[in-house]
Structures are given as structure tokens and as C-alpha cells.
Write a protein that binds this ligand. Sequence first.
Ligand code: PLP
Length: 389
Amino acid sequence: MNPTESKKMDKEYLLAPGPTPVPPEVLLAMAGPIIHHRAPVYEQILSEVREGLKYLFQTKNEVLIFAASGTGAMEGTVTNTLCAGDKALVVEGGKFGERWTGICRAFGVNPRTVPVPWGRSVDPGEIAGVLEQDPEIKAVFTQATETSTGALFPIREIAAVVSRYPGTLMVVDGISHLGAQELPLDEWKLDVVVCGSQKALMLPPGLAFAALSDKAWGFVERSTLPKYYFNFQKELKNIAKNQSAYTPAISLILGLAQSLRMIRKEGLENIFARHARLARATRSAMKAIGLALYAPEAGADSMTAVLAPPGIDGQKIVKILREKHRLTVAGGQDQAKGKIFRLAHLGFVDTFDVIMGVAAVEMTLKELGYAFESGKGVKAAMEIFMEEK
Ligand SMILES: Cc1ncc(COP(=O)(O)O)c(C=O)c1O
């Protein structure tokens, strides 16, 4: 064959902030025959999963599991803890903050938003001020990491404010954060943490999780909003018996058992250190080739949002990465569309995934005519990795 006719291998790379790569061990666990969910073998697996989830969420309470994307757990949190007409406070610093507002409105809850400029973090003092003015607010809804901007929010500090109000819940969307950075539910006095399977849990999309404090379970008892599938009390009763009210996503649960084993084996502390290292290397690489970060003061460890160089469309960077180099990353949404690209280092990702991602970004930027010294980003990332003994 004429070498000029050779086609690239069909090998795909994924560095998006969800879905994220799935380890072979997890894929294998999901490829087995379907077992029956009312059989003892399933109950045994669910019992192991319950313990693994408590470890991950760092809570003594049960973690509920739903066959849904993460938004299902967000909706369930609103409908299971609040009543029509309740007031809520929503930290709105991107697309996912807007989602909390949308869900509240859909169910007759009155959201008051704390707007945060995209790419920035929120000041806990601002939340303290709003709660002081209006102690009738029943819940504070926020993200831990706002995926649309890559910004990290100071959850521990916000929770310290909210925990002073017995009538207010601290609700955290940890979907792109939990399992990558600290979010200990009990220790930080968080009331609800929701998550989805397709991020740090190293699974395909399809599972949603919600963990609640004792204070939040008190709210559930009093909540009068309509609910059916996402009925937290019903699921709590079922999971306590290693069961679920409805047919679970059995294959995903088998995969979850395996991914939780891997998480326990690596250990949360090591996992957080790995994500911090990958984030440092990515940020350093981008800066080394002259690019600016979208959330320079508050970058999360799960992903890095990078401003496209002036005159270069961020969507074009994403397109070339995907079509020419087979690397899928995320572009910007809404007001950030065309301005940024988002490189994730979340879940089943390590040193050479970052090196590969940085190299692909460099090659793409060269093709787009951006002037910089080739290899400078890769070198900066390598230096961070080589600092570690
Ligand atoms: C912070 C955050 N919240 C909510 C969601 C929505 O989750 P899903 O798409 O699984 O419903 C995502 C997904 O990207 C997210 O990153």
C-alpha cells in the first residue's frame, strides 16, 4: 500500500468532563450475563455497593441510587425536600446553576439567585448576607464544580454559613466533583450531595445518586411536592434491604461495584492527590504556551477551562481535536461558546493522558496558525509530573 494512502487507526481518546473513560475492568464487569435483581446474588452486590458509596460520599447515611442521569437526582432533591411556594437560594455561575433554578421553577419553588460571573467563584459572605436578610430560605443550591466554566466553589465555607440555619438545607451538585476533590458530606455538614455515574465514578452515564444528612431527611418527611419515581423515602426503605423500588440498571450496578472496588483500592486521598497533580500539569502546560485560563483564581481539579487564543475560534479547536486527532474535549456553552475549550482530567485519567491531551492541543493550535514554541506545554506538564518522586 502506498503510505500516503494510509488511514489513521480507529483509536479514540476522551478527555471530556463527562462522560469520561471507563476502565477495562469495569467494562468487563458490565459485560457479564444479566442477573436478576430480586435474587440473593444481586442483593449481595448491592450490599457491597452501599458500603462503597458511603466511603465515597464520606457519610454514615445511605446513598440512594436511581436509573437516571445526574439531573434526575437534582430534580428528586427539589421534589423530596421542599414544598410549593418555598424560597430557595441558587448560586448561578454557569449552565448547571441555571439548572437548579429551572428545576425549582418547574416545581413551584421560588428561587432567588446569587449571580456569579462565569469563570469566577462565589463569595460565601454574599450567601451569608442573603440568608441574614431572608432566613425563610429553605435551601441553598450550588455546584461544587461548575462544569460549564471549570470554576470551583467554596463548599466548606458556604456550608459553615448554612449550617447555622436549622431551617435551611445545604444542597450540593457534586456531579463533576465528587471522587475528584474533597466533598465529605458528614464532616462539612452538607445536607444533600448529588452525583452521576459518568464522571469520577468511571462508569457510563445512567446512574444518579443522592445522599442526605439527618437534617435533610427531616425535610423529606415534611415535603409535599409531587413525586413518584424519584421518591427518596421509598428508595431508602428499599436500599436498606439491598433492593430498589423499580428495576435497577443491573449492568451499571455491576460496573459500579467494580469501580467502587478500584476507588477503595486507590484510596480517596490518593485519588484527590492524582487529580490535583493532573490539574497542575494541565494548567502549567496551557500557561507555558501562552494561553489563559477561564477560571484562573478558582480552577477545579477535575477539569481545566482554557481561553482560546485571540482570533481563534474555540469551537474550531474542539472540532480539529475531534476530527483530526480523535480526541474529544468539550467546547464552551452559551456565553463561553467559541471562547473556551475544556480539557478534563477526571476519573480514569493519569499522567500520559494529560501529556497526550496537551500534545494534541499543541498540534491543533499550530495548525490554526497560533505562534508558540512547540513542545513547551508538554515540557511544562512533564516537569510537574517529574517533581513527584
Ligand atoms: C455539575 C453538573 N451538574 C449537572 C450535570 C447534569 O448531569 P446529567 O447530564 O448527568 O443529567 C452535569 C453534567 O454534565 C454536571 O457536570
